[in-house]
Design a protein around this ligand. Structure first.
Ligand code: HEC
Ligand code: HEC
Ligand code: HEC
Ligand code: HEC
Length: 207
């Protein structure tokens, strides 16, 4: 009896810790808006997600709650790009719904008249020509035509599986979330892995 009680308790604690995993890594980070003056509800997830009346389907991000940007962006054009670039889409468009500086931070839920905007380095603006390109398909044929990219379908990302499985979205597109995990600031600023020795860059670039 006693052993099974202890066992039950351990399982219960494991479930509790698994459940609060997100809150622990996001809490206290730059994405923890629970004590911001513009977030009167004081919740962590709510500026980005909602359990009901979400603004977009689950393909970009589950149950999205923040007003989505309608800006037209100036794209990175580079000097030797092989990929076909288009306007930001998928989860990148959701990041830019705060980081382009055109939508107020508190415009989530039913609020549309906020007055607090992102500032400083975190404001990328609508000119993305000086930022790493996003929202394009990165596949084996791009790796071949570029000649200095690893094949995403076979190269280990260092995060458990291949680059395609761990870092690209369901359409095999590279997005902001290829390099950033908005919930985890272990590798600041919200990087999916440490960039020490350019390890993040060298995951994909064969230099
Ligand atoms: C600053 C905005 C932001 C906040 C705050 C935020 N999220 Fe997210 N979340 C995102 C974005 C953007 C995505 C889609 C990109 C991705 O998958 O990383 C996402 C994806 C997810 C996903 C599905 C994909 C995955 O990464 O597992 C879950 C589940 C999730 N969020 C849960 C939460 C919970 C729970 C909280 C609160 C503790 C939270 N999020 C807070 C922006 C946010
Ligand atoms: C609800 C609005 C919102 C959304 C959505 C959002 N962010 Fe943020 N993000 C912020 C704010 C506000 C800060 C803090 C800026 C500051 O400290 O001045 C921040 C901080 C950051 C930082 C750290 C900046 C620094 O200077 O260290 C990174 C990196 C970042 N966000 C990336 C992302 C990415 C990638 C996504 C999408 C996956 C995303 N954010 C989605 C509002 C948002
Ligand atoms: C190819 C990888 C990669 C992609 C894609 C990427 N970032 Fe970053 N980002 C980084 C790295 C690495 C840093 C840290 C730079 C440093 O510390 O000098 C960073 C820094 C930032 C910062 C902190 C402020 C700054 O300029 O240093 C913000 C905010 C940010 N990224 C948001 C975004 C958003 C939003 C997107 C999508 C539009 C995005 N990032 C796409 C790798 C990436
Ligand atoms: C998830 C994979 C991935 C990561 C991580 C990544 N890149 Fe990229 N990067 C790409 C792809 C794919 C392209 C598009 C190449 C093309 O179209 O020829 C690209 C394009 C570029 C370009 C533009 C090249 C040109 O021809 O104009 C530069 C510069 C660059 N990356 C630097 C970096 C740096 C620096 C880092 C680390 C902070 C980084 N990348 C991280 C995949 C990645």
């Amino acid at each position: 009896m006693r052993t099974s009680l202890v066992f039950t308790l351990i399982v219960a604690l494991m479930l509790v810790f698994a459940g609060v995993g997100y809150a622990q890594s996001i809490s206290g980070s730059d994405h923890d808006f629970s004590s911001e003056s513009w977030n009167s509800g004081g919740e962590i997830c709510e500026p980005c997600h909602t359990p009901h009346n979400a603004k977009t389907a689950a393909t970009d991000a589950p149950l999205w709650n923040h007003q989505i940007t309608t800006a037209t962006f100036t794209l990175y054009s580079g000097y030797d790009l092989d990929a076909t670039m288009g306007q930001p889409d998928g989860s990148s468009k959701l990041c830019l719904s705060c980081h382009d500086g055109t939508v107020a931070l508190e415009n989530f839920g039913s609020t549309t008249t906020g007055t607090n905007y992102i500032t400083g380095d975190a404001k990328l603006g609508t000119d993305l020509s000086d930022d790493h390109p996003v929202s394009f398909v990165y596949n084996a044929s791009l790796a071949t035509s570029d000649g200095e990219l690893n094949d995403p379908t076979t190269t280990n990302s260092g995060l458990g599986s291949t680059i395609d499985a761990d870092m690209l979205d369901t359409n095999s597109k590279l997005q902001c979330a290829s390099c950033h995990d908005p919930h985890d600031n272990t590798n600041s600023p919200f990087l999916v892995k440490s960039n020490s020795g350019s390890a993040l860059c060298l995951t994909c670039h064969d230099k």
